[in-house]
Unconditional design. Structure first.
Length: 649
């Protein structure tokens, strides 16, 4: 198989002679695995013309034949209740401007839940397009003593039926061969009934003709779920898993982080040794290697975070966590679909905000979007790791748990609880009316995920982090380096100011303290002084408006400028240069705690603001989100610092 993928939209515009095959199926039916198997995991994404719902399309070549394969948003029914489901219906009916009706359809049906899947199959067949039914999870059906005669199912439906085990690639060759004859696919002699009651009777007759026997309940799954889904025991296990999760991120990543740090230190040393021009040396060594490298040293934590999330999702535990949290979220007026959106925000608020398209209520979508930035995204991880490392020694612990992991877990819980409270407030302000739409969620049996699927999920998320490092953080680091090194100072000016020009550390410290960056930091000092921040922290907070990770790059550059040989030591020993606190350490426990809490709440990501604007269609809600989160961040940081100071911290 040779799969060449083209970005959407526009993929079919450049391949007008290629038939367009749409994939239809319910969430968790294996539809995406089939799509990935056909397109080779290389399909690009875009948006449908005029709407913000994502579009996934790739071009598949097999022999002399070429097809555009499009993965439509998952839906349980063609009676839509959300924007995503509405898009699927509009595409199938040819009602979406700028998008042609598909030439043929692949309907993905889960063999383990075939009774429910056939309802969607009936609705699709009623559209009258050439259709092939792809039955997934047939291996699991057999393993759990279920039964299905695929040939009989094909005769009952009147369309081709093929088995595919997507994650193992089984059946893909036959499916590709079937695509080449899409024009001659048979169609039902009589279309399935459209009325719900008649459709149910049709479903039962098809199941009986196909000799379908549903799978037995997974005994191991049932026994484990008796504990993991218990309101008390399950919640306790959930919290224990999360604590171990974050402790693992700290413990396993530490030696890897040291290795990455050593690589960047070596690179910086090579720049100093071989580049004599001080400006070029500073730009490469301090701005790029020091700034960007200061963020990239946290790659082990980022990759490990995504790896563990992929494993928890692959084995089926995250679905159980969603079930447990759904009970909690119901107390805040949120339904289960909102949890999926908020859970997506742990990687990044942007996919979390975009995931609100699955919510049927416009007011629910808005409330969830306004709360999503409070969920602790991966961009906060480098900031948390840096500050927690300054606050708590890695050897400190509480019983079997490390103190660093417990603090990290506490910050994630604080963000999650704050997000739910914010959503509750916005729903109250929106005067929500009406009964909630029922929420259906699959609880898959526990499985060992394939290494390919886990690594693909991990790489997709880590790649997004690396892309940000290569664009936003590079640009921010270069601008910051210029602000830290301008205006220029002659040797005569330095000597007149009492600086020993033979002492490179003293010269660097003076230049930084009298730079444009220092001017900006001191300009906003009245705002942040109650939080214990000095001008250097202020500059980091301001630079983090582009992306939170740049806070780490900023402090790394400042520390490297003050002590090029030992930037980490310079950071922990940093003192106030002037004012009433002159000589006092900057990073005390109250200040670090205030900084951590500030980053829990502050909306410091312009990309998130832009996505809010796109999803809401107005600048009003992004402005409200930015304002309320900035004010809330300041107030909570001030409260945290005050409490710790009063407690004698």
């Amino acid at each position: 198989m040779n799969a060449d993928c083209h970005g959407a939209p526009g993929a079919d515009a450049t391949l007008t002679d290629a038939p367009r095959i749409a994939l239809v199926g319910a969430p968790n039916s294996g539809k995406t695995s089939v799509f990935n198997g056909l397109t080779g995991l290389r399909a690009k994404t875009g948006n449908y013309p005029g709407v913000t719902v994502s579009r996934f399309a790739g071009t598949v070549r097999t022999g002399r034949h070429r097809f555009v394969v499009e993965d439509l948003p998952g839906t349980y029914s063609l009676e839509p209740i959300s924007p995503d489901e509405q898009i699927t219906v509009d595409v199938l009916d040819g009602r979406l401007d700028g998008t042609d009706r598909p030439d043929a359809l692949l309907v993905v049906a889960d063999a383990t839940t075939l009774r429910r899947s056939l309802g969607l199959v009936a609705q699709v067949l009623a559209r009258g397009l050439p259709t092939c039914v792809v039955v997934t999870f047939t291996d699991e059906l057999a393993r759990r003593q279920g039964r299905l005669d695929l040939d009989s199912l094909a005769r009952a439906l009147g369309v081709p039926v093929l088995p595919v085990v997507g994650h193992r690639g089984l059946g893909m060759a036959r499916l590709l061969e079937q695509l080449t004859s899409w024009r001659t696919w048979p169609s039902p002699a009589v279309a399935p009934p459209t009325e719900p009651g008649e459709r149910d009777a049709w479903t039962e007759s098809v199941l009986a003709y196909a000799g379908y026997r549903p799978p037995e309940h997974h005994r191991i799954t049932r026994r484990v779920d008796a504990v993991l889904l218990h309101p008390v025991a399950g919640t306790a296990v959930f919290f224990a898993v999360m604590v171990l999760f974050f402790q693992t991120v700290f413990t396993l990543a530490a030696p890897l982080q040291d290795g990455v740090e050593a690589v960047f230190a070596w690179l910086s040393g090579q720049v100093d040794a071989h580049i004599r021009n001080p400006w070029m040396s500073g730009l490469l060594g301090d701005a790029l290697i020091g700034g960007v490298g200061g963020v990239l040293v946290f790659i082990p934590q980022i990759v490990l975070l995504f790896l563990l999330l992929a494993l928890l999702e692959g084995v089926g535990y995250l679905a159980r966590a969603a079930f447990l949290m759904d009970r909690v979220m119901a107390r805040f007026g949120l339904e289960g679909r909102a949890f999926v959106a908020l859970l997506s925000s742990f990687a990044c608020a942007i996919p979390g905000i975009m995931a609100t398209r699955t919510l049927p209520s416009a007011k629910d979508r808005l409330a969830t979007m306004m709360a999503a930035p409070l969920m602790t995204c991966s961009a906060r991880l480098p900031v948390y790791v840096l500050l927690i490392g300054l606050l708590v020694d890695s050897s400190a612990g509480v019983g079997p748990f490390g103190a660093q992991g417990l603090i990290m877990f506490g910050l994630y819980i604080l963000g999650a609880v704050s997000a739910m409270l914010a959503a509750w407030v916005f729903k109250k302000l929106g005067d929500r009316r009406g009964r909630p739409v029922p929420f259906f969620m699959e609880l898959p049996p526990y499985r060992l995920p394939t290494p390919r699927a886990v690594l693909a999920a991990m790489w997709f998320s880590a790649r997004a982090f690396l892309r940000k490092c290569s664009t936003i953080i590079v640009a921010a680091s270069v601008v910051l380096w210029l602000l830290l090194n301008l205006p220029l100072h002659t040797d005569a000016q330095l000597r007149a100011a009492g600086v020993d020009t033979t002492d490179s550390v003293a010269v660097s410290a003076y230049i930084v303290d009298h730079s444009y960056a220092a001017d900006v930091g001191r300009l906003v000092a009245p705002v942040f002084e109650p939080l214990g921040f000095d001008w250097r922290i202020n500059v980091g907070v301001l630079s983090a408006q582009a992306a939170r990770e740049t806070f780490v790059a900023t402090l790394g550059q400042v520390a490297a400028a003050e002590d090029p040989e030992q930037p980490a030591r310079a950071l922990s020993a940093m003192t106030y240069p002037d004012g009433p606190r002159a000589g006092e350490r900057v990073f005390t426990a109250p200040t670090i705690a205030a900084l951590l809490v500030y980053f829990v709440y502050a909306l410091q990501c312009m990309a998130t603001v832009a996505v809010l604007r796109r999803e809401t269609g107005t600048w009003r809600w992004p402005a409200i989100a930015f304002t309320y989160l900035t004010v809330l961040a300041w107030l909570m940081a001030y409260l945290t610092r005050t409490v710790i100071v009063l407690a004698g911290g």
